[in-house]
Design a protein around this ligand. Structure first.
Ligand code: PEP
Length: 229
């Protein structure tokens, strides 16, 4: 299983250090095949040591340059960051990242050999229209994306389940993952949306779920480690 923690705009550099120290103490007994990723805010990026991979939540598709407020490859290289989240619904919605922009970012970081966790997910009004509408919406989020890229991990995150405390049902996750797996073949497929210690066993047991992308329940090292162990 893959366990990915997305801190979003939470935690400081200091609290990320404390988090990683606490997590490291727990991870000594994790299953060797399980993989852990942590996506702290950009201000907390560093060369942390431990049985996990640090990734960046976002970056601009350039080495460096005049992109006020953004970070590029030069800033990521400083900490050997080679993993990035792309296409998260919050960036698509709040930062107005269109599919075209997302695809440009994907192509840039693919060219750099980054491991990409590529997020897709539908809003509630699409889910309410039925499964066909959901799949049409999700497949459109692969426009311009090389789904054969070797370092690709896909995360299916229904927007209505993100940060709401209400995870998708086993049936919803399993039918959606089954259909997505046919499209992305052997690529790992994560589920995201209110995954937490109380439902992780159920989610992890669903066929086609290779891991979870976790927001709220990852903010506390104890809660995140309970999901992993
Ligand atoms: C997310 O935003 O990627 C996410 C899964 O958040 P949460 O776990 O809080 O629903």
């Amino acid at each position: 299983m893959i366990y990915a923690a997305n801190f979003k705009t939470n935690h400081t550099r200091k609290s990320t250090y404390a988090y990683i120290k606490a997590l490291n103490e727990k991870l000594s007994v994790k299953k060797p095949d399980d993989k852990v990723y942590i996506f702290p805010p950009s201000t907390a990026l560093d060369r942390y040591k431990g049985d996990f991979t640090i990734g960046v939540q976002n970056a601009y598709p350039a080495y460096n340059g005049a992109y006020t407020g953004e970070i590029g490859l030069e800033q990521l290289d400083e900490f050997d960051i080679k993993t990035i989240l792309i296409g998260h619904s919050e960036r698509r919605e709040y930062m107005a990242e269109t599919q075209e922009k997302v695809a440009v970012k994907f192509a840039f970081f693919q060219e750099q050999g980054f491991e990409i966790i590529y997020c897709i997910g539908e809003p509630l009004e699409i889910r309410e229209k039925g499964f066909e509408a959901v799949m049409k919406y999700l497949l459109a989020q692969f426009n311009g994306i090389d789904i054969h890229y070797e370092n690709l991990i896909v995360a299916y995150e229904p927007i209505w389940a993100i940060g709401t405390g209400r995870s998708a049902t086993v049936e919803e996750i399993s039918t959606t993952h089954r259909a997505l797996k046919k499209v992305i073949n052997s690529k790992p497929l994560l589920y995201g949306g209110s995954a937490k210690p109380a439902n992780i066993k159920e989610i992890a047991s669903i066929a086609g779920v290779d891991g979870v992308l976790v927001g709220s329940a990852s903010l506390n090292a104890e809660s995140f480690s309970q999901m992993i162990l």
